[in-house]
Ligand binder design. Structure first.
Ligand code: PLP
Length: 450
């Protein structure tokens, strides 16, 4: 009940006393107790309402308490709540079939995991085991998860304290036109030079030692970096010429986020392995997995695959996954993401660029966008330094606080306000959220010095 201060106090006390939180100094956090979630909104115990422009951790694609997902889980729980992975199960098989049917040509099967990081672990293991090679190339400005190899593959500060668990991972630079590592002045130059850099790295590392190149089809937390024209196809070509597998990490962008079932489908490439999680069932029950090509699948036709998880293909999670496909079709989710992204979000962000000096660039696709906040458009000085904390992060924190104050829960990352609402959001709510961001950007403008 809203206003139930005793209940709120108990939630807070139990949390502070007993819950050890991710990525945090335990004594310096005060997590907000949440009383309720419905659709695109959540409420705290005081009844304050937040419009969720972050889809929790960019997983709540169908919003809170979607009746179709709740019903599928309830029915499955009443029928068969769990079954071990060595046995065959109806919803597990049905979900694998639906995923393969919506995947690349030559996709053959699915290995299910408990989430995104272990999807990455298993994609890498499949690549290493099937090629007999060990090395993995991944990009800076990437996040691939927090388990052993996945955190080593991550190309941002969350890796630093965990360096280096898997010594057979190396990082390369991907395209990022706004802050080009290649002194490029056009997207075409960025593509050409980024590809040349990757190929040179492959030659120097030795193609015979490299199992796979792994990349987020559209980089998520590290900036909604949409690959420039020709980049992903160019990576595919390089991989083919050097006998290296291409793995697309679709954990954040899979299942509709960019207006495609899988983001790579918007770039006309065929990967060898694809990781997914989050959007597969909106996180109602933990689930992830790897889509496996025919060729890699066949490598384990007569040889045992060395790997497994007790909860691989958990029926409650898979039932919610099957329901996700039904809901996507019934509610025309892919079409509405494309429509809302191009008709409502993009023009409004263009307006922000014209109106707010602190907006250095906007970029994105579907219902996945970033506003890059700067203090100077000429120098592109970010609103706060890379990996800022404490006082140094204050200007960006003030923008985030303004959003929350006005009832919007933003997806904040570095110097970027990122936009990733549930895909079921109404046009009215989308505009409401963009109005709040518009207002919060005046706070960012107040730090502008250019
Ligand atoms: N890969 C990408 C692209 C992600 O964004 C994430 C999580 O944000 C992961 C992997 C790890 O997923 P999980 O947190 O489910 O382990």
């Amino acid at each position: 009940e809203f206003g139930d201060t005793a209940a709120q106090r108990e939630v807070r006390e139990n949390d502070r006393q007993y819950v050890f939180h991710s990525w945090s100094a335990q004594g310096q956090i005060n997590p907000l107790p949440i009383a309720k979630g419905e659709g695109v909104r959540m409420w705290d115990y005081d009844g304050n309402e937040y419009l969720d422009f972050s889809s929790q951790l960019v997983n709540l694609n169908l919003g809170h308490q979607h009746p179709g997902l709740v019903k599928a889980i309830q029915e499955q729980a009443g029928r068969l709540a769990t079954i071990q992975p060595a046995l065959a199960n109806d919803v597990r098989g049905e979900l694998a079939k639906r995923i393969v049917e919506h995947s690349f040509e030559g996709a053959r099967s699915v290995f299910f995991t408990n989430g995104g990081a272990d999807a990455i672990e298993y994609a890498v293991r499949l690549a290493r085991q099937s090629t007999g090679k060990r090395k993995i190339l991944t990009r800076y400005r990437s996040y691939h998860g927090s388990t052993g190899t996945a955190i080593t593959m991550t190309g941002e500060p969350r890796r630093w304290a965990n360096d280096v668990i898997d010594g057979e991972v190396c990082h390369f630079f991907g395209p990022y036109a706004y802050r080009s590592a290649f002194w490029a002045e056009t997207p075409e130059q960025e593509t050409e030079r980024a590809l040349k850099h990757l190929e040179e790295q492959i030659i120097l590392e030795g193609a015979s030692t490299i199992a796979a190149v792994v990349l987020e089809s559209v980089t998520g937390t590290n900036g909604v970096l949409v690959p420039p024209p020709g980049y992903l196809a160019g990576v595919r070509d390089i991989c083919d010429r050097h006998g290296i597998l291409m793995i697309c990490d679709e954990v954040m962008v899979g299942f509709g986020r960019t207006g495609e079932w899988f983001a790579y489908q918007g770039f006309d490439v065929t990967p060898d392995l694809v990781t997914f999680a989050k959007g597969v069932n909106s996180g109602y029950v933990p689930l992830g997995g790897v889509v496996i090509s025919e060729k890699i699948h066949n490598a384990f036709e007569d040889r045992s695959f060395p790997g497994g998880l007790t909860y691989s293909g958990h029926p409650l999670a898979c039932a919610a996954g099957v329901a996700t496909f039904d809901i996507f079709e019934e509610e025309g989710i892919i079409e509405r993401v494309r429509d809302l992204g191009s008709r409502v979000v993009e023009p409004r962000l263009k307006e922000f660029l014209e109106k707010h000096p602190s907006v250095g660039e906007y970029r994105g696709k579907g219902l996945f966008w970033a506003l890059e906040l700067v203090t100077d458009r000429e120098t592109r000085e970010p609103l706060v330094p890379f990996n800022a904390s404490g006082e140094a992060a204050a200007p960006f924190n003030a923008v985030v606080a303004a959003c929350k104050q006005a009832g919007l829960w933003p997806f904040a990352a570095g110097n970027r306000l990122q936009i990733a609402p549930p895909l079921i959001i109404s046009e009215e709510d989308l505009i409401k959220g963009l109005d709040i961001i518009d207002e919060a950007l005046t706070v960012a403008d107040s730090y502008y010095t250019g």
